[in-house]
Design a protein. Sequence first.
Length: 322
Amino acid sequence: MQPRNMSMSGVVDLAAVKAAGEAKQKAEQARAEAARTGAAPAGATRLVFDVDEAGFQEDVLQRSTEVPVVIDFWAEWCEPCKQLGPLLENLAAEYAGKFVLAKIDVDGNQMLFQQFGVQGIPAVFAVVAGQPIPLFQGAVPEAQLRQVLDQLVQVAEQQFGIVGAPVDPAAAESTEAAAPAPVGPYDAALTAAADALDAGDLGGAIQAYRNVLADDPTNPEAKLGLAQAELLQRVQDLDPQVVRQEAAERPADVPAQIRAADLDLVGGHVEDAFGRLVDAVQRTAGEDREAARVRLLELFDVIGTDDPRVTKARTALARVLF
């Protein structure tokens, strides 16, 4: 049996998760304010935009929860890039919000270039619901590019329920950012929830975090704390020896693999947990596959979207899904 007061320190990158959550929170606030005033939310209608490492979290990862983000890795000295770039920009305007185009200059953003494993440019990726999807490398004919984009839009809608938002490309150019509305504070409630979590009162912590999220659904600290508490609650009555034996003996048993992955993560074996579930997604179908995929995404939330292990696992998941 796992002790009730297990700590997640050393496993969770709190700063990265908080930064990611705050970025998403600002986007949600802007959308809420836009709905109240009738104005367009900040950046929502930008169809083509430049992205650097500092803005990648908010401009790409968070935006990808609402619309597929196509990434064009390019450089000024790259002649094929000069052919492909304008074509992608024209299609972004034509598709009018079914996807948006993020342009990344590789000379100034080597970290992103390396994280995506780009071998040469031009290289085009997509990010959907935070998951990177390799599309193609090199300049391609327009007909082939349209096929790729059509498939991306279809996958985003069918697999993730993400359809983008139709916009007027002409109006998008002049859209001004709306000021986000303040939310909170929830310091007292979050402190009480964290204290309950540290004391092993998982039920109390879960309820406290849910209370905050009921009022502020995007609060990053509450989302992180809830993910931790729910994970600890799932494993507290498990017998690690039995769970691992079942997982070893029944590799096709998705519930067994999910239980083992939870134990892996609590024990600090993050890559083992992710790899186990990616393998489960790859070799299963239907409801079993979806169960493994959903649990993997939940474990991503526990670790944080900026953690390189999450980035690596997202890429592996995208490869087996698409």
